[in-house]
Design a protein around this ligand. Structure first.
Ligand code: MRU
Length: 350
């Protein structure tokens, strides 16, 4: 599944499979302007940290075309549009990472004419897009070794092909194990309130004929106590320099239950999700989304009028609960401050 994010140069459009409608409807959402990109990110037409980064990179190209309409003043206009994209969602660091990469190309190009910038940016966005798939496949190869024949692997949210340019991070590890010939099964936690697990993880694994069962989020303890879960693998939206990892709300509870039941808990994420400028999990901004996602299921109201709700979209799992972080350069182990620094050195990112 690699066609859910498509750039159409002729139409100057980014075409996104609208993930709000899955699994029952497959419809595209076409972005032509910066505002379309920001809306797609905020209402979660596209979601998942690496997919957000890829979308943002293409969004910069659309923003450049838009800024060109300002004539000679396109520089400050473009600067403002890029900041608007980078600020669309706060937690997934891949969003700002991708915009920063595009900005770096712009800076290197100096006072190059507009047409040159467009050409450089289309190449850079394509590179970010293609590299993401390769990075996920590398994570899949490294992570496959952590999964044993016959395991049932629990995952939370959707860290699959749909959350990336293709193959997935946590689901990349699962796909890597399957590609290595291991017979495994998956439990997809439904992931209230947006239901990424029930709708998206179940959808893409079922399409790939990987056995998947959906469980309510609150079944996790029972399933682990019954010995029905051998490993947990999740993705991440931002990993701090010390290894604390922000992921979809509920992940922390899964990690605590995993420790209680002796189930290894792994995080799979590319180095672009590791933010070494964030010292620890307490410094990761947590998105607070609209109450309506909690008060309603579809159009049906499920809470009484006037009762407030919490809708924090992410939580932080402390590094101490994480058995390993699967990256494109290998599986990192505690102490994470050291292993993360070493991984960045190995990848030439210092
Ligand atoms: O709110 P979402 O759906 O963007 O949150 C997504 C997650 O929490 C994923 O687990 C994470 O981004 C990793 S995606 C490979």
């Amino acid at each position: 599944m690699e066609h859910h994010i498509r750039y159409d140069a002729a139409q100057r459009a980014l075409i996104l499979l609208d993930q709000r409608l899955l699994p029952t409807r497959q419809e595209d959402f076409v972005c032509r302007t910066t505002e379309d990109i920001v809306t797609a990110l905020q209402v979660m037409v596209v979601r998942g940290a690496p997919a957000i980064g890829v979308t943002a990179a293409w969004g910069c190209v659309l923003a450049a075309y838009e800024a060109a309409e300002a004539g000679d003043h396109w520089h400050p206009v473009l600067d403002g549009l890029l900041e608007r994209i980078a600020a669309a969602r706060p937690t997934a660091v891949n969003l700002r990472w991708a915009v920063d990469r595009m900005r770096k190309v712009w800076k290197t190009a100096g006072h190059a004419p507009f047409a040159t910038l467009i050409s450089l940016w289309e190449s850079e966005a394509r590179r970010i897009h293609r590299d993401d798939i390769e990075i996920n496949r590398a994570m899949g190869r490294h992570g496959a070794a952590l999964i044993d024949e016959g395991d049932t692997v629990m995952t939370h949210c959707n860290a699959g092909a749909l959350a990336t340019a293709g193959y997935g991070t946590a689901l990349g590890v699962i796909r890597g194990a399957v590609d290595a010939g291991k017979k495994i099964a998956v439990i997809a936690n439904e992931t209230r309130p947006f239901l990424q697990g029930a709708r998206l993880t179940a959808y893409e694994l079922h399409e790939d004929h990987i056995p998947v069962t959906v469980a309510c989020d609150n079944a996790c303890g029972h399933l682990m106590r019954k010995g029905m879960v051998q490993k947990v693998v999740v993705g991440a939206d931002r990993i701090a320099a010390n290894g604390d990892a922000a992921n979809k709300i509920g992940t922390y509870s899964v990690a605590l239950l995993a420790r209680e039941h002796g189930v290894p808990f792994y995080v799979a994420a590319p180095l672009s999700t590791i933010d070494r400028n964030t010292p620890d999990g307490d410094h990761i901004p947590i998105e607070d989304r609209t109450p309506r996602e909690v008060t309603h299921v579809g159009d049906t109201q499920i809470t009484p009028d006037g009762v407030p709700v919490y809708n924090f979209a992410f939580d932080v799992t402390p590094a101490a609960l994480i058995a390993g972080i699967v990256t494109e350069v290998g599986v990192l182990r505690a102490p994470y401050t050291e292993s993360i620094a070493e991984a960045f050195r190995k990848a030439g990112l210092e």
